[in-house]
Structure formats: C-alpha cells, structure tokens
Design a protein around this ligand. Structure first.
Ligand SMILES: Cc1cc2nc3c(=O)[nH]c(=O)nc-3n(C[C@H](O)[C@H](O)[C@H](O)COP(=O)(O)OP(=O)(O)OC[C@H]3O[C@@H](n4cnc5c(N)ncnc54)[C@H](O)[C@@H]3O)c2cc1C
Length: 213
C-alpha cells in the first residue's frame, strides 16, 4: 500500500465525504482503489471519482457509523496520511450510447467517466434520498440537460422524479434495447435494477454492473 498525504477532505453532504489525494498513478475511469488508514484495518475498495486527466485523485465515500474504516477515514485532516493500493477493476465505459444508473455514492465512477470526457449519447439517472444526495448535480445539469434525471425517494422536489430509481424504471413503457446499461450502487439496488431491465427485454449481456458491498 502506498502512503499518500490528504490534500483536502470535506463533508459535501451529511455523512458523505470527498477526499483529495495527490495523483501518483494513471488509472482508467471506473476503476477502484483499496484504502485504509492503518495496518490494523483491512483495506476497503473505493471508486475513483476524479477524471483521468485531473491532477488529483478524489474519493467519494459514505460514513457508515458502525463500520470499521469510514468512521476513522472521516476524521482524517489535511496533511494526514492514508494508504492506497494501485488501481484495478473492469467497470469501464466503452464509449457507445449508454444509460448510467447510480444510487448514492455509486455516482463516483460515472463522475470519473464524465470528467474524463465522456458526455455524448449518455443518459444519467441518479437515485438518492433527499436534495443533498445529488452530488455534482450542477455539472451534470449543465452537461447533460434533460439526459440527467434525479430520482428522489424522500422529498418531492421540483425538477426531480419523486420516487426510487427502480420505480421510475418500472414506469417506463419502452427502454432502448440497443444500448448498454451501466449500474453502480448497493447490492440491493444493482440486483433490483438489473432484474427490472431484464424483465423489460434488455439482454443480460447489455447490463454492466459494479456492486458496492
Ligand atoms: C468495487 C467496490 C467499490 C466501492 N466504492 C465505494 C465508493 O466509491 N464509495 C463508498 O462510499 N463505498 C464504496 N464501496 C464500499 C466500501 O468498500 C466499504 O464497504 C464501505 O465504505 C464501508 O466500509 P467500513 O469499513 O466503514 O464498513 P464495514 O466495517 O465494512 O461495515 C459495513 C456495514 O456493515 C455493517 N457490519 C459490519 N460488520 C457487521 C456484522 N458482523 N454484522 C452485521 N453488520 C455488520 C456495518 O454496520 C456497516 O454498516 C465500494 C465497494 C466495492 C466492492
């Protein structure tokens, strides 16, 4: 594991943090790194949120109050060290027309793909609980316009679908059959979303998933 010094950490929404680190290796958008704060805690995997050409490495994470790593990670300050493994993973976007479906911090690999220049023929659908859950929404609105949809399961908010992402998908009569669907989020979200897509005629091989377990 490579020791890296934190250059920035902020709570961008309640219990959701964005960490900046010096970029010390190349990676492909969609890849993950292992992170830990000490030798005693086994590393956890995190999607890289920054783009391939960004000068820093960004990690977006949720604080799990009963978790082993994230309570400690969320208390880290600028100038402190954490440990990081080299990038790995095959959740890579192939550049063809696609829908990107994310829940919560599952938006991170898509933000990386977006910042790496992938913006055409994309529909981005993000599920979250409340107004604070739609990280990076300003940039997504500017770039994707109506091809960016926020599904807010808690509050009914202007400009957003009120309900879960899976509910929105169920309500669609027709989904494009000739594109790929990239899914990222909790196991529950990914499995439920994949099942809905398949029930609507999407071929199994057109569904590409990254599960945050
Ligand atoms: C490929 C991949 C990419 C990921 N990318 C991200 C990302 O970009 N951002 C992000 O926020 N997360 C991501 N994750 C999830 C991340 O790796 C961690 O699992 C998460 O941050 C929790 O780590 P933790 O050590 O704080 O919690 P853990 O100690 O792993 O615990 C996780 C949860 O399980 C519960 N738990 C722990 N032990 C038990 C037990 N014995 N019985 C019952 N419940 C228990 C805890 O209460 C806690 O809520 C990713 C996971 C994978 C696999």
């Amino acid at each position: 594991m490579l020791p890296l010094t934190i250059t920035g950490i902020s709570e961008i929404a309640p219990d959701v943090y964005l960490i900046s680190l010096p970029k010390s290796f190349d990676f492909k958008a969609g890849q993950v790194v292992g992170i830990t704060t000490s030798q005693e805690i086994p590393p956890r995997l995190y999607s890289i949120a920054s783009g391939e050409k960004d000068p820093e490495l960004w990690i977006l994470f949720n604080l799990k109050p009963e978790g082993r790593l994230t309570p400690d990670l969320s208390l880290k300050k600028n100038g402190e060290q954490i440990y990081i493994s080299p990038p790995s993973g095959a959740f890579l976007y192939d550049g063809n027309p696609a829908w990107w479906l994310a829940s919560g911090t599952g938006i991170a690999p898509f933000y990386s793909m977006f910042r790496s220049g992938h913006r055409k023929n994309i529909r981005l659908i993000h599920g979250g609980r409340n107004a604070n859950s739609f990280y990076f929404s300003g940039e997504f609105i500017s770039a994707f316009g109506n091809n960016y949809l926020r599904c807010c399961s808690g509050d009914a908010l202007p400009g957003m679908y009120h309900g879960r992402l899976t509910q929105w998908l169920l309500e669609q009569e027709h989904l494009p059959l000739d594109i790929k669907y990239y899914l990222c989020g909790s196991a529950e979200m990914v499995i439920e979303t994949r099942d809905i897509l398949i029930s609507k005629g999407i071929p199994f091989q057109s569904v590409v998933a990254e599960i945050y377990f």
